[in-house]
Design a protein around this ligand. Structure first.
Ligand SMILES: *Cc1c(COP(=O)(O)O)cnc(C)c1O
Length: 376
């Protein structure tokens, strides 16, 4: 089956005894035990499992090509479960320009817990190899990275990690399985913030871990999900399933519109540089072409000038909303350094745009208006 078909049908039959085409939302927190008492694998209590969550997990596992999935209440809760599945004293390698929320999670929550971490440049395999220690248990990959759009060669890193018996996890939030399939390239785990493209409408918070294999590290992640309780509500699971049915077609639109806008920005006199892996001029374009089937809906670009100029440009849009986050049907953009706040390493003249599904000509007109602030 192809991805479009899987997105529509996967998970529908899980715990759906009524055979409803659209499964109902199961609000009950408890489920009746059989007459012989509770049996392993039966539904019991919603923190452990719920029909809607099982449907969502089956759907996400199928799309990423994994054996198992655990859904969480947020992307960072999913990331935290992965880190907690390691032991205090274990060491991880994580990109220097990792998603800022995951950097804070590691620095403010996991390092005090005992996790050791080095934030490194992951565009060079040699650099990764040099940073591996005796205690390194996990290499965290985010490609394209956020917001610099650096590209890491998933296959090459996973090969190196396997040789050294180190786990790999790819944050696949930006590309989605429509554009990139890390498990096929050798990764052990995939992380998602389903808040973004899976949800797709800026109205659900969620996260997920998908595992190549349902045993090993995943068993511990499942335990942390069920015992830790950072689980999504049945209604949110239902909503994410509903949105995911259209994910492949939404991603086609995001890919197509973003590549138009990236070219437009590249030719604009007020723009100093554009970071989009689909551009032939992008440093990681060759690797991106090998491992991505589409280049996604996210673009970062540097404007000529500093923070002032960038903020004025972002203030001048009428259609593109000023907001953080990404992956909605509506376009949003932000002066990224202001959003990341203290400790941000993002250039002060960088604007990050999440290209939505409006007509690309309307978006380009809006960009033109915003970029020509102060002119008549
Ligand atoms: C948003 C995001 C996360 C965190 O997800 P939440 O749902 O906000 O907790 C993780 N990784 C990436 C790449 C993201 O964009």
């Amino acid at each position: 089956m192809r991805l479009e078909t899987k997105a529509i049908h996967a998970g529908l039959d899980v715990q759906n005894n009524s055979k409803a085409i659209v499964p109902p939302i199961h609000t009950s927190t408890v489920f009746e035990h059989s007459e012989e008492g509770f049996r392993d694998g039966d539904l019991n209590y919603t923190r452990y499992s719920n029909p809607n969550r099982l449907q969502l997990e089956a759907l996400l596992a199928e799309l990423e090509g994994g054996e198992a999935c655990a859904a969480f209440s947020a992307g960072v809760a999913a990331a935290k479960a992965i880190f907690q599945s390691l032991k205090p004293g274990d060491h991880i390698l994580i990109p220097a320009d990792v998603y800022a929320g995951n950097r804070s999670l590691v620095e403010k929550v996991m390092q005090p817990w005992g996790l050791e971490a080095d934030f490194i440049d992951m565009t060079s395999i040699q650099n990764i190899e040099d940073a591996i220690k005796e205690t390194t248990r996990l290499i965290w990959i985010e490609t394209p990275s956020n917001p610099m759009m650096n590209i890491t060669d998933i296959e090459a890193v996973c090969e190196l990690a396997k040789e050294k018996n180190i786990l790999t996890c790819v944050d696949n939030t930006w590309p989605t399985p429509v554009n990139q399939l890390p498990l096929e390239r050798g990764a052990d785990l995939v992380l998602h913030s389903t808040t973004k493209y899976f949800g797709g409408h800026s109205d659900i918070l969620g996260g997920a871990v998908i595992a190549k294999s349902s045993d090993g590290i995943f068993e511990r992640i499942r335990e942390i999900q069920q015992l830790g309780g950072a689980v999504p509500s049945p209604r949110d699971c239902w909503l994410i399933c509903r949105s995911t049915r259209t994910l492949p077609y939404r991603m086609r639109g995001h890919n197509e519109h973003a590549s138009h806008l990236a070219k437009f920005l590249q030719n604009h006199p007020k723009v100093e540089n554009v970071f989009y892996p689909g551009l032939a001029t992008h440093a990681g374009h060759g690797i991106a072409q090998k491992q991505m089937s589409g280049f996604g809906g996210m673009i970062s670009f540097l404007v000529k000038g500093g923070a002032d100029e960038a903020l004025k440009i972002v203030a001048g849009s009428k259609l593109i909303k000023r907001a953080t986050s990404l992956g909605g049907v509506e376009s949003t953009w932000e002066h990224r350094r202001s959003s990341e706040g203290e400790g941000s390493r993002t250039p002060e003249n960088l604007i990050r745009i999440s290209v939505g599904l409006e007509h690309p000509d309307d978006l380009m007109e809006d960009l033109e208006r915003a970029l020509s602030y102060g002119e008549k």
